[in-house]
Write a protein that binds this ligand. Structure first.
Ligand SMILES: Cc1cc2nc3c(=O)[nH]c(=O)nc-3n(C[C@H](O)[C@H](O)[C@H](O)COP(=O)(O)O)c2cc1C
Ligand code: SF4
Length: 424
């Protein structure tokens, strides 16, 4: 293997050379990052392991461990780029696919070499028209890839991006999670071992393959090396996708997005499977697993939503949990009936018509629903609800007494991400 002499110092890394407009050309991409490196499977997995890279689709799983699990199997089928981006407030994957397609495709092709896959499939949602045309344009000019690459467009919907749902859809079924095991790395696309990764994970892998793990670790912390794409929206001056080093404080993240437009009451960290945190606490945290874990959150798929004082967190949370309940794939009783009951109860709390013990009932139901689905949809949804009831507890009385006159913040529910925002 030949690791290139050195990558970019500091930031941006993934977003280096990004200009307003369309997709970066292959020539511009190669000019910035250099050609696709030649690297053995063993060395690439070693470098990825040393880099500490973890998946950026939400589950935070160590990437090298997944590569190894697939590489150890025989008759590996495909590498699937999971570009579904079903989290409504996330825009990072679409940014990468629509504007920097060669970086993601480099990562996918390198991963295919590492695990012995015969093809690469990029799966995107049907709203991502710009990503599809950028990918098709990019594939058309790449003539040195050792495996074929194709693009598959699938239906939108929150659970459509869950990995078993992606595999099921590509196998000709509905875009619904299946009951695992077998997991995709055991039996996935066309019944063969399959590697499925988020576009950002693969884009990061493409840089690790070029510049090595030591370079990768020059940014970030020992436990959380490198950089991350974060989609910042809500009450900030410049909503969009930003690349920041792990270890950056959340207040610096907000500053990167131009700062708050008004005093903040809370931040939603990690998207709709994430956690509300009071603004005074949240801004003292760093973008680091240790810090986020201390308040019960994870970075999820890299979403941060700022909620201003003028908005109503209870009302916004009621909208989001109603949306999540409606997104249940309708296969598991606890998910279907449990989330619907929780959503109705939170809606009643927000409308001020709830029974005085409704909050306690919701918390009983959330504990009953957790861990009872075939996929993690109900787990993420109840985590969100529990944090909403903790952070917006006082609002429940205000609503019961009819004293909430907050303005709608309009958290996005499906469709285009980052309402009114710009991509970076
Ligand atoms: C309900 C649900 C929705 C998901 N949606 C996405 C998605 O849109 N994109 C994505 O990359 N991962 C999504 N995931 C996570 C995937 O199942 C999987 O962990 C991920 O694609 C693996 O890639 P990574 O290891 O690179 O993160 C979702 C998970 C759940 C439970
Ligand atoms: S837990 Fe919910 S979303 Fe997941 S498979 Fe079951 S019904 Fe579908």
């Amino acid at each position: 293997m030949s690791l290139a002499a050195g990558g970019h110092q500091g930031l941006p890394r993934l977003l280096a050379g990004l200009e307003p407009g369309g997709a970066m050309t292959l020539a511009a991409h190669t000019g910035i990052h250099g050609p696709l490196p030649v690297v053995s499977a063993h060395r690439l997995i070693e470098e990825v392991e040393q880099s500490g890279l973890r998946g950026r689709g939400g589950a935070d799983f160590p990437t090298a461990r997944k590569l190894r699990a697939v590489a150890e199997r025989r008759r590996v089928g495909a590498v699937i780029v999971n570009g579904s981006e079903t989290e409504p407030a996330s825009a990072k994957d679409r940014l990468l696919l629509a504007r920097l397609p060669h970086l993601v495709l480099d990562g996918a092709v390198l991963a295919a070499g590492a695990v012995g896959a015969r093809e690469v499939i990029v799966k995107v949602g049907e709203n991502a028209v710009d990503a599809v045309s950028a990918l098709e344009g990019a594939i058309a000019v790449r003539d040195r890839d050792p495996v074929p690459i194709s693009v598959v467009v699938g239906p939108e919907g929150y659970v459509a991006g869950e990995e078993s749902a992606v595999v099921h859809y590509l196998n000709g079924g509905a875009e619904l999670p299946t009951f695992v095991p077998p997991r995709p790395f055991e039996r996935g696309y066309r019944g063969r071992p399959t590697l499925i990764q988020n576009p950002e994970t693969l884009a990061q892998l493409a840089l690790v393959a070029r510049f090595g793990s030591r370079w990768y670790r020059e940014l970030g912390t020992v436990a959380d090396p490198g950089s991350a794409l974060v989609t910042i929206s809500g009450a900030v001056q410049a909503p969009g996708v930003y690349e920041l080093a792990f270890g950056t404080s959340l207040s610096d993240l907000l500053a990167a997005a131009g700062g708050p437009t008004e005093p903040l009451q809370a931040l939603l960290v990690g998207g709709y499977f994430g956690t509300w945190v009071e603004a005074s606490r949240a801004t003292r945290l760093r973008l680091a697993r240790e810090d986020l874990r201390s308040v019960g959150c994870t970075l999820g798929s890299g979403v941060l939503i700022a909620l201003g004082e003028s908005a109503c967190g209870l009302h916004e949370s009621a909208r989001v949990i109603a949306y999540l309940a409606a997104q249940s794939a309708g296969q598991c009783g606890a998910c279907v009936y449990g989330l619907r009951a929780i959503a109705d109860a939170v809606g009643a709390l927000a409308s001020g018509v709830a029974h005085p013990r409704e909050r306690d009932r919701v918390l009983r139901w959330t504990s009953e629903v957790r861990g009872r689905g075939a996929c993690h949809h109900p787990d993420g949804a109840v985590r969100f609800v529990e944090s909403a009831l903790a952070v917006f507890d006082e609002d429940i009385d205000w609503h019961r007494n009819g004293r909430c006159d907050a303005a709608p913040a309009g958290l996005p529910l499906g469709g285009a991400a980052v309402a009114g925002g710009r991509l970076r």
